[in-house]
Design a protein around this ligand. Structure first.
Ligand SMILES: [Ca+2]
Ligand SMILES: [Ca+2]
Ligand SMILES: [Ca+2]
Length: 472
């Protein structure tokens, strides 16, 4: 019995072991299944985790690289000031342009010209009603422009000429302009008369001289217009004017004819004056519209460019561009923001309606949108989404300027609905998601004006790309 029992016991034990084996096998199978599932889950988890870790490291490195930059800011530094152009321009002439701009010698402004100007443009008065918005047609001869009067302005600006669509900088405030003041026979550069930008003007000068700028070989009949653009403000109240275009096309300049040729301009020359306003209304900031912030004389023999007024109802082209500078997270300690540089532009036809005081109300057509990839400075493949438009995957390239253009829709220049998926550096199938940053987040995209140049490879963008809190 005992043996039986033993046997039984042994049997039972065997049975138990057998049952146990089955259970164990089941448990093992289940475990394997669980482990397999866990394995898959772990991989997915790691991929998501990798993105999180990358972004966390990026944010930490950003704070280390830019200790003065408070993350609580908007990351939008674009001014969205429109650029203007002609809707019908003679672009057949834009190829193989051979015209040049050359600086000439000093020209002393004739007192008669300044007297005529001061009689015409009453200081501090609204002088808008002296002419409409305009563009010009080039004559067959060369022609020259020279600054003759620089008014009070706290901003620094440049004069640009656009000829057959080609934009050229002609002059900037205070450049090669000198004056004499009452009781002194000494020529002083206008920039040297004061440390206050506002007082660098020729308003009370007894004499003014400046270097001339000659346009050579401009094709006869070429369309041209001028604009003043603010490059720097010394009074933050005018921040909004940065990179704006105070254009002859948008009514920010006057073409003044009727001034007699001064004696020191050779007989046979024609002259005209171009007078510029450097402030336009924005919120509580109003322009005085006196149109004398800077005045140029144009002369040419036998002709100056012909002024063509932009009539009521005649549209011009208005374009607003935001440049997005994007980090692709290829490295978490690199802040060159040049991995993808894309300009997004909204284009509308803008039609002027002159009010009684010659200020202009504009009616804009429904805008169209396009994106231009300006620069690539990263190696990772990426997919860009702008507004409603998802672009095909593109290859990253280190240091190329493709200038490829894409139609887009649904872009909002104020909310910046732009995002990019970039393939993870260590993973060929998974993407990091980079969206326009919210306040409080470390930025992987910033919005800038299209005038802002991208950085050389692996060179951090300067701190002043961001807002730095100033001590009051
Ligand atoms: Ca003014
Ligand atoms: Ca980078
Ligand atoms: Ca780069």
């Amino acid at each position: 019995m005992i043996w039986n029992k033993k046997d039984n016991f042994a049997d039972r034990k065997n049975n138990y072991i057998s049952i146990n084996n089955i259970v164990m096998k089941k448990v093992m199978m289940m475990l394997t299944a669980v482990l397999l599932t866990a394995c898959t889950k772990t991989d997915l988890f790691d991929e998501g985790q990798l993105e999180k870790d990358t972004k966390k490291a990026y944010a930490e490195n950003f704070t280390k690289a830019y200790p003065n930059v408070d993350l609580n800011q908007s990351w939008d530094y674009s001014h969205k000031n429109p650029a203007y152009s002609l809707s019908t321009s003679n672009h057949a002439l834009t190829r193989a342009e051979s015209f040049t701009l050359t600086q000439g010698s000093e020209y002393e402004v004739d007192a008669s010209t300044l007297n005529w100007l001061k009689g015409k443009l009453k200081n501090g008065k609204n002088n808008r009603n002296l002419g409409k918005a305009f563009y010009m047609k080039a004559p067959a001869n060369n022609f020259t422009i020279v600054p003759i009067f620089q008014g009070q302005a706290s901003s620094i600006w440049e004069l640009h000429a656009v000829i057959n669509g080609v934009d050229m900088k002609v002059w900037e405030k205070c450049q090669d302009i000198w004056m004499k003041t009452s009781g002194s026979d000494e020529w002083k550069s206008v920039s040297s008369v004061s440390t206050n930008e506002l007082n660098k003007n020729t308003e009370n000068a007894t004499a003014v001289k400046a270097k001339t700028y000659t346009f050579n070989n401009v094709p006869a009949g070429a369309d041209m217009y001028f604009y003043l653009t603010v490059t720097k403000v010394t009074n933050s109240k005018y921040d909004y004017t940065i990179n704006s275009q105070m254009s002859s096309l948008s009514g920010m300049m006057l073409s003044l004819s009727g001034c007699e040729r001064p004696a020191n301009i050779e007989e046979g020359n024609e002259i005209t004056l171009i007078a510029c306003e450097d402030v336009y209304d924005h919120g509580n900031v109003k322009s005085d519209n006196d149109m004398n912030d800077v005045v140029f004389m144009v002369y040419g023999k036998p002709e100056v460019p012909t002024t063509t007024e932009i009539e009521d109802g005649q549209p011009i082209v208005k374009q607003t561009t935001v440049r997005y500078m994007i980090e692709d997270l290829g490295a978490t300690d690199d802040f060159d923001f040049n991995d993808i540089v894309v300009d997004v532009t909204e284009t509308a036809l803008s039609t002027p309606h002159y009010n009684d005081d010659y200020t202009i109300s504009w009616t804009d057509s429904e805008p169209t949108q396009k994106a231009i990839i300006r620069h690539l400075g990263g190696t990772l493949p990426f997919k860009l989404t702008i507004g409603n438009t998802k672009l095909e995957e593109m290859q990253g390239v280190l240091g190329s300027n493709p200038n490829e253009e894409y139609d887009v829709t649904g872009w909002n220049k104020n909310t910046h609905n732009i995002s990019v998926k970039v393939k993870q550096a260590s993973n060929s199938t998974v993407y990091n998601n980079v969206a326009f940053p919210k306040s409080g987040e470390a930025p992987m995209i910033v919005a800038k004006d299209p005038q802002v140049e991208w950085m050389p490879e692996r060179q951090h963008v300067p701190e002043d790309w961001f807002y730095i809190p100033t001590e009051e």
